[in-house]
Design a protein around this ligand. Structure first.
Ligand code: GTP
Ligand code: SPV
Ligand code: MN
Length: 610
């Protein structure tokens, strides 16, 4: 880390700045925000040590038990800053129609004027950190370089885990190469002598994207996708817009590999909405019976996939991130041992409980300790009626620490994809698994996918929130045009992936999950792989191809009877008619840009149902 007394002087001992435009932008921002100093981040371990120590000193971080959690820290955020803020997220394209009805649109020049005033003086008394970062393997042709200017050291250390950052990125940022400017401020200036707080932020938040200019401005929040701008802002919202122009896809998807006993490796991606199980599936450990037979799983990514037609004629995928920002509650050695190993060192925990021996705890990890300090910093005992960890508490851990990270996870050529899986939480209607008839039908499945609110304790159908391709909060342009782009991709791919829909969350009339889920989901992946290889029959139903009892492996799955299988695969005409009716809202909302192919798919489904 090179600390500079004056924001005007940008030379440093170890780094050479080759980009005059970047230097000018940093100077301009330092002047606008009134930052006390400018620091160019190198991404070195020494920098990590000095910043984490600084955060401990300031009370933002608590150093965890060094034996049980080496080089790991706990942060507690402000109670008003615990998740992404979708209603404060804006897509400022030149024309309103290019943002579309599913995004908040503002006129870009009005927004720039307004945001400039927000940033004026916003870093007074704070350090402006310059964080050059790269989403994607460093030398991948798809890699996107960004530079985040931030007044949050928590963001700097988080970025070191989540992406390539610092000197190695700056070296690649030659004067002829463009970068995505990402301006971030907590919006909490310090007057001379004013004491700082543990988690500075502002009540007013703005997460702003300029898709044509390829630029991000984020104000007021220090948490997750609001503040680690490489993730949702760049790798999804801005990247989706670039991808449309350049003929590829930026998706909210996990990427994983499955090796069957004969040594064949199949890679798949899956798009589930936030907190619907991407991290769990990405790190799945095969059930014992499968492991004994020689099945292996590998992980490429748990949240974001960039897909493009590769040289092999197939769709190839890379994970643009290098870390996990995973939901903590519910994660345990039983539910996800891969995640537990990944977070065993060099990890930042945010908003979880702190035990008396300096370890972390959250609901679902283990039997609760007799006493701990909860995420709000208060004493907590089992049965006190409060949660120890915030439901959106997270661990930030290096992906390379996951024991089954795929050997090719940083390959610039990516991995070839054979299957794409859509899904969500659907207490009713949706079977455990079905396969689309073809690519266009598969795009229809993704476009209409949703997650239900869990009114299903009574077995009634809850309201469905449509979350097309799990991209509702992340698509940087008009959702109808996005569907059109997906449909067009078909022409660029010689060997098309097969498309599936899964539902781990179907419930019985008593509100209990019909499917054990977690590791047992491998049985569903097994059927998917066999379908891709043409090794198992599918049964044509009005909604798509489905497995039958014999073609689906339930061996060793205790209590999973034929009756249970039929219940989880049950097709009820009345549910599907209600499903079609509830999809109408989406079709009406996107009426002006909805591709005619998807209108036709809807008609065909209707015709098959009645
Ligand atoms: P984001 O990081 O927000 O994008 O979410 P994600 O899709 O990675 O979600 P994550 O894997 O963190 O989902 C966690 C939630 O899904 C927890 O509540 C888990 O208990 C639940 N979950 C994951 N897999 C299963 C499953 O197979 N069955 C059931 N019933 N729940 C599951
Ligand atoms: C999500 O909400 O889908 C996340 C968490 O992955 S955040 O990075 O905060 O958006
Ligand atoms: Mn996500």
């Amino acid at each position: 880390m090179t600390s500079l007394a004056s924001p005007i002087n940008h030379t440093s001992n170890s780094m050479t700045l080759q980009h005059p435009q970047l230097k000018a932008w940093v100077d301009q921002t330092a002047a606008l925000t009134g930052a006390a100093e400018v620091v160019w981040c190198t991404g070195s371990d020494a920098e990590w040590n000095s910043l984490t120590s600084l955060l401990v000193e300031r009370g933002t971080f608590i150093r965890l038990n060094p034996e049980k959690h080496p080089n790991s820290f706990l942060a507690r955020s402000h109670e008003s800053d615990t998740a992404r803020v979708e209603d404060r997220t804006f897509i400022c394209s030149l024309r309103e129609v290019d943002a579309g009805p599913t995004n908040n649109w503002r006129n870009p020049s009005d927004m720039r004027d307004m945001m400039t005033e927000k940033f004026r003086g916003s870093m007074q008394g704070r350090t402006l950190y310059v964080v050059p970062f790269c989403m994607g393997p460093l030398d991948s042709p798809l890699a996107l370089i960004g530079v985040q200017l931030t007044d949050s050291p928590y963001v700097v250390v988080s970025m070191k885990i989540m992406c390539h950052m610092g000197e190695k990125v700056l070296q690649r940022l030659t004067a002829d190469r463009s970068y995505i400017p990402c301006l971030h401020s907590l919006g909490a200036p310090l007057k001379p002598g004013q004491a700082d707080v543990a988690w500075p932020c502002n009540d007013e938040k703005y997460i702003v994207h300029f898709p044509e200019a390829r630029e991000v401005w984020s104000y007021g929040s220090g948490y997750g996708g609001n503040a680690l701008l490489g993730k949702k802002c760049v790798a999804l919202r801005i990247a989706s817009s670039i991808a449309r122009d350049e003929g590829w896809l930026a998706e909210h998807m996990l990427i994983m590999g499955l090796e069957s006993p004969d040594g064949t490796k199949t890679y798949l991606t899956a798009a589930f909405p936030s907190a619907c199980g991407k991290t769990n599936l990405a790190m799945i450990v095969p059930p014992d019976q499968y492991r004994e037979q020689g099945w292996k799983t590998t992980l490429v990514g748990d949240d974001i996939a960039w897909l493009w037609p590769g040289k092999s004629g197939r769709l190839h995928a890379i994970n643009p991130e290098t870390g996990f920002f995973g939901v903590a509650p519910g994660t345990s050695w039983q539910s996800n041992s891969g995640a537990m190993e990944a977070m065993s060192a060099n990890t930042i925990f945010t908003n979880v409980g702190l035990t008396d021996d300096g370890c972390v705890w959250w609901e679902g990890l283990s039997d609760p300790p007799a006493h701990l300090i909860d995420w709000k910093g208060k004493d907590w005992t089992p049965g006190c009626g409060r949660l120890a960890a915030h439901p959106n508490s997270r661990f930030t851990a290096p992906a390379g620490q996951c024991p089954n990270i795929d050997p090719n996870w940083q390959d610039p050529e990516g991995v070839p994809i054979d299957a794409i899986v859509f899904g969500g939480r659907r207490p009713s209607t949706m079977p455990l698994i079905y396969q689309s008839f073809d690519w266009t039908h598969g795009v229809f499945l993704g476009a209409t996918q949703g997650s239900e609110t869990t009114a299903a304790a009574t077995g009634t159908v809850g309201t469905v929130r449509r979350d097309p391709m799990a991209m509702l909060p992340f698509c940087g342009y008009n959702m109808g045009d996005y569907f059109g782009h997906w449909l067009d991709m078909r022409k660029q791919i010689r060997r098309l992936p097969r498309i599936f829909h899964v539902n781990w969350f179907r419930k019985d009339t008593e509100g209990k999950f019909l499917w054990p889920g977690f590791r047992e989901n491998l049985r569903v992946l097994d059927w998917i792989v066999k379908r891709c290889q043409g090794r198992v029959a599918g049964y044509e139903t009005p909604i798509g191809w489905t497995p039958d009892w014999k073609g689906f492996n339930t061996e060793g799955l205790e209590g999973f009877t034929r009756e249970r299988f039929d219940a989880i695969m049950l097709f009820r005409q009345e549910d599907w008619l209600a499903e079609l009716t509830s999809q109408t809202d989406l079709f009406l909302k996107l009426y002006h840009t909805m591709p005619k192919e998807l209108m036709c798919q809807r008609e065909l489904l209707m015709a098959r149902l009645v």
